[in-house]
Structure formats: structure tokens, C-alpha cells
Design a protein around this ligand. Sequence first.
Ligand code: 5GP
Ligand code: ZN
Length: 116
Amino acid sequence: MDNCIFCKIARKEIPANKIYEDEHIIAFHDIHPVAPIHFLLIPKLHIDSLADADDSHRDLLGRMMVLASKLAKTQGCNEGFRIIVNTGRIGGQEVFHLHFHVIGGHQHLPGMIHQG
Ligand code: 5GP
Ligand code: ZN
């Protein structure tokens, strides 16, 4: 995907403040953090969104979930964290390359969904 910003990060065409990289996955700090700890996990493989994931991605998604938890702890989320996967227009997704937000810090995160 030529113009995908996260593919460009995966190809090292644009810089990112990386915290982890292996053959399949990269993790880097979000450029606009919403909490003291806020990083993103992406597969190197371009998948538009979680809505486009299928059985062929099961291993990759499992790796991402386990890694998200490991990295959350090494980044300082000792008492918990939240993983968010904004998906599609209704889910508020802005970058259409599948990514997990991992968010945490020293205080309780706000409630999941604002009501009313
Ligand atoms: P979404 O709404 O698609 O789930 O969130 C996309 C996230 O990517 C946003 O939190 C935004 O701050 C982050 N982001 C967008 N462009 C860049 C970039 O070039 N570098 C980094 N590190 N984060 C980015
Ligand atoms: Zn991409």
C-alpha cells in the first residue's frame, strides 16, 4: 500500500518512535498520546481494519494480542491497561491499516463509552 502511513512506518520511509519490532509486528508511540502510556501495535502486513481480518490472520492477531500485553507491562502499565481497536467509520478509525492502541498510565482510564 503505497500511500498508507503505517506501511510507510513499516518500510522505514517515515520515522516512528519505536518500542518493538520483529518479522511481523512493529510497536511505536502514538504521535498524539491520550494518556501517559499510549502506543500502537501494527502488523507489517497491510490489513485495512479488523473488519477485514479473516482466518488466515489468526496467528498474527494472536501474536499481536500477547505482545500487546507484554509491551504494556514493559512500558509501565503495572496495574492494567486498555486495548482499543477502532474499526471502520462507525468505530472512528482514521488510519486504515489495522492497529491496536495500548493505553495506560497512573490513574483510572475514563469510562468506556460516554452516556447521554
Ligand atoms: P485511529 O483513529 O485510526 O484508531 O487512530 C490512529 C492513530 O494513529 C491516532 O491516535 C494518531 O495519533 C496516530 N497516528 C497517525 N499518524 C501517525 C504517525 O505518523 N505516527 C504516529 N506515531 N502515530 C500516528
Ligand atoms: Zn498499510
